[in-house]
Design a protein around this ligand. Structure first.
Ligand code: FMN
Length: 172
């Protein structure tokens, strides 16, 4: 599987790092970060890191064949751009490619509370088949720490993307 992780400038960047850490080894991961989320050295190096300005990167083309694109965390700014079809950097471009190619696109909007504008943007994208999956904590899987809560959230993301994991205790 070819997976693009796009990181925008909302809080919760640690979740993006852990999203990569828990992935199975057989996934080809490409990382792109918006200017407002620049802490690239925070990430491990066994992944392909793209410059957000390099609009000619492989992952900017539908022909590269990305299977899954995730934006974690997704700022309200990046959400608004994606919902309008703006592709002015590599983060927003890879999202627009996923939509046009009808490939899996997951956005993890991080804001609280959400404005009506953000909710409209999410509704529009959800209607197009985009997975809107904010980092919302779960209280039913024996989570006793922040790490457990984060594993639950990442496990839920993996579930909708069809990535196998054992990150949280399922409801029985
Ligand atoms: C410390 C800090 C935390 C922020 N957290 C959020 C957030 O949780 N959600 C959000 O939508 N924007 C947040 N912002 C604002 C975005 O960084 C800002 O809107 C920026 O323009 C987003 O650009 P990007 O979408 O290109 O990454 C935060 C900014 C700072 C400085």
């Amino acid at each position: 599987m070819k997976l693009v992780l796009a990181v925008s400038g909302a809080s919760g960047i640690g979740l993006a790092k852990k999203f990569i850490d828990y992935l199975p080894n057989n996934i080809d991961v490409h990382l792109v970060m918006s200017e407002h989320s620049k802490i690239v050295s925070y990430f491990e190096e066994n992944i392909t890191i793209h410059d957000n300005k390099t609009i000619s990167a492989s992952i900017a083309s539908g022909s590269f064949g990305v299977d899954v694109t995730v934006v974690i965390p997704c700022s309200m700014n990046t959400l608004a751009k994606i919902s309008c079809g703006i592709a002015d950097n590599l983060v927003t471009r890879v999202a627009s490619v996923a939509i046009k190619e009808r490939k899996a696109l997951l956005l993890a909007p991080r804001e609280m509370p959400f404005s009506a504008i953000a909710l409209e943007n999410m509704h529009k994208l959800s209607s197009l088949g985009v997975i809107i999956a904010p980092p919302v904590m779960g209280y039913y899987s024996d989570s006793n720490s922040l790490e457990d809560m984060e594993k639950f959230i990442i496990g839920k993301w993996y579930d909708v993307l069809g990535i196998e994991h054992n990150l949280y205790k399922r409801w029985e």
